[in-house]
Ligand binder design. Structure first.
Ligand code: FAD
Length: 576
């Protein structure tokens, strides 16, 4: 389905919308999904691209938030581990168990301060101990016992059993399981497509402007200039870190959000990648602050920083952040040093945390809530505040329930036990989820190979990128002559065309950062940017001058391309 054309046609048909959702990150889209499932009409608009905010800047983990136990956020942890388990079951195409290795230097030191923090009697940080972590993990695994799909934690005290080369300062290793979301942006796109297919009463547009004049909302498509006016009964403000800005544009003065910036480095270091053997490492930076890193397909994701910023638009990554993260990682193994020269890209985004709470950002509240305000014209505005990637479905469900209440609608369909479209045919029929969808994967690969005479590697790539939606992508590719992209042979021209036409990738960074994993996989070269820029212009019917402008814009985005270390250390990096 062509998300944009279909949505524009629905809006042009004069259909009114009961609900306007502002913000196309994972939470706004989760609300759209709930409304579509239950027959409530809704229009979602994003002023930029879908997933442009925190949604594409996360650590890409479905996790319970082990460290939030110390802050006694039990409700959040219980909800998060349940949602993690549901993602493993119903989105096995993109969600995989991830073993998290925690190296520890102390058996008991730090335990008393952990206990005091846990009891709410102190907020002082301290080192993590074997005893403290084991206690926390017992509680963590107890909270995650419903729909349990992951193994329990293990403790190793003998150095011979440690990962090879682990720093000599460590005396124990505990490993536990959470999950990795391989392609979070694609899961969001699946949910959009699914919502549009489920209900003709919803529409969804990226790259639009909107204004509110106190009575109606004017929506302007930035591409075609087409305009529509809307008088929704209810507005959902799902603008993440920009919630207060959006409320201001609606005439409401709110201060709900505490914007906390977080950066990741994408590191290319083949020996470290091998050494990690598919496991994440969650380790103390030496000051009691925890850092996470884990191997992606070819690169390593390393994060994250947490810096309170004054504005949600302040998403620079400073040289000091880069030094901090590479320095911390260099202390993990005795024989592996990571430098700025190994960094091939960075990601940065703003956590939309709740305002108030502990002065330390590390201990700021992570739970989500829905605030209610009223416009002068009487309509309710629901602001979605805080939340994690992992809990998007639960957050969407809670917002949906409140919307149904306000609109006097009875919920007909729940989302808890619904498979995501890309998981169709993956995993066992009985929903036990025990095999993580691996059987179904091979069937899918075989179907792609059988129907389209596809090479095994290409079939595996498509299943990794799109899950069961790969069948649709392959059918589209087969409709006309296709060829690999010269600078990026893992992708074909028609596959990229599918992403542009169907999944509304309108600008070059949409394609590079949010429809593909090219940048994260460390595959983004100048030639790739150029080839994709020209391809995008061709598909959109735009001229070479437009393509050159887009290519130049993306080449200037330091989040995308590696730069010489000397240049980067003096530069501040800004997300495009
Ligand atoms: C560094 C970092 C690491 C994280 N790691 C994890 C993790 O591993 N696991 C986890 O569970 N969670 C993680 N999170 C948290 C998670 O990413 C966020 O909580 C979640 O993505 C928030 O989604 P959202 O839809 O609320 O906001 P966003 O994704 O920020 O979406 C908001 C959208 O609103 C749009 N918008 C803004 N202003 C307007 C406007 N005026 N009009 C229209 N649209 C507008 C933006 O373009 C954007 O698309 C992490 C967050 C960060 C920053």
């Amino acid at each position: 389905m062509k998300i944009r054309e279909e949505s524009l046609a629905r809006i042009a048909s004069g259909a009114g919308y009961d609900v306007l959702i502002v913000g196309g990150g994972v939470n706004g889209v989760a609300v759209l999904r709930e409304l579509a499932l239950n027959g409530v009409s809704a229009l979602l608009v994003d002023r930029a691209d879908f997933c442009k905010g925190a949604t594409s800047a996360s650590s890409r983990m479905a996790h319970g938030g082990l460290r939030y136990l110390e802050n006694r956020e039990f409700k959040l942890v219980a909800e998060s581990v349940r949602e993690r388990n549901l993602l493993l079951k119903y989105a096995p195409h993109f969600t995989r168990p991830l073993e998290v290795v925690v190296p520890l230097s102390h058996y008991l030191k730090g335990l008393p301060s952990s206990v005091l923090r846990f009891l709410g009697l102190s907020s002082r940080g301290g080192p993590l101990s074997v005893a403290g972590l084991k206690g926390a993990l017992c509680l963590y695994e107890f909270l995650g016992r419903v729909d349990k799909v992951l193994p329990s934690h293990r403790t190793r005290l003998r150095r011979a059993a440690f990962p090879k080369g682990l720093s000599a300062r460590y005396r124990a290793v505990i490993s536990y399981f959470d999950a990795r979301i391989r392609n979070p942006e694609a899961l969001v796109m699946e949910m959009i497509e699914d919502a549009l297919r489920t209900s003709r009463d919803v529409a969804c547009l990226n790259h639009v402007d909107w204004t509110f004049d106190g009575d109606a909302v004017a929506i302007t498509d930035r591409l075609s200039g087409r305009r529509a006016y809307l008088r929704p009964k209810l507005v959902v403000n799902a603008a993440g870190a920009w919630v207060d800005q959006v409320n201001r544009a609606l005439g409401l003065a709110t201060a709900y959000i505490r914007p906390v910036k977080g950066a990741h480095l994408i590191v290319r270091h083949d020996e470290l990648h091998r050494r990690m053997a598919g496991r994440a490492f969650y380790f103390d930076d030496g000051t009691g602050r925890m850092v996470i890193c884990y191997p992606l397909e070819r690169t390593i994701l390393l994060g994250t920083t947490e810096i309170q910023v004054a504005s949600p638009d302040d998403d620079r990554v400073t040289a000091a952040e880069t030094r901090y993260l590479t320095g911390a990682l260099s202390g993990l193994f005795d024989d592996i040093e990571v430098t700025e020269a190994d960094v091939v890209a960075v990601t940065t985004g703003i956590r939309p945390l709740q305002a108030g709470g502990d002065a330390s950002v590390n201990r700021a509240q992570r739970d989500h809530l829905i605030a209610e305000d009223r416009l002068r014209s009487g309509q309710t505005v629901l602001s979605l505040i805080g939340g994690k990637w992992t809990t998007f479905r639960a957050f969407g469900e809670q917002a949906g329930d409140r919307i149904f209440e306000l609109l006097s609608v009875t919920r007909k369909v729940g989302s808890r036990r619904l498979r995501y479209p890309g998981a169709t045919g993956l995993g066992p029929d009985d929903d036990s989820g025990q095999d993580g969808g691996q059987d179904g994967r091979q069937d899918l690969v075989n179907r792609l190979r059988g129907t389209h005479a596809m090479a095994p590697a290409r079939a595996h790539d498509l299943v990794d990128r799109y899950g069961a939606v790969a069948l649709e992508v392959a059918a589209f590719c087969a409709l006309a002559a296709d060829a690999p992209i010269a600078s990026l042979p893992d992708y074909t021209e028609r596959e990229v065309r599918w992403l542009i036409e169907m999944r509304a990738a309108l600008f070059l960074d949409d394609l590079l950062l949010r429809r593909t994993q090219i940048v994260l996989d460390g595959l983004c070269t100048e030639a790739v940017i150029r080839d994709l820029g020209l391809c995008l212009a061709r598909v959109r019917g735009l001229d070479a001058a437009w393509a050159e402008g887009e290519i130049a814009r993306c080449l200037a985005m330091p989040t995308i391309l590696p730069r010489p270390a000397a240049a980067r250390s003096t530069l501040e990096v800004r997300h495009g």
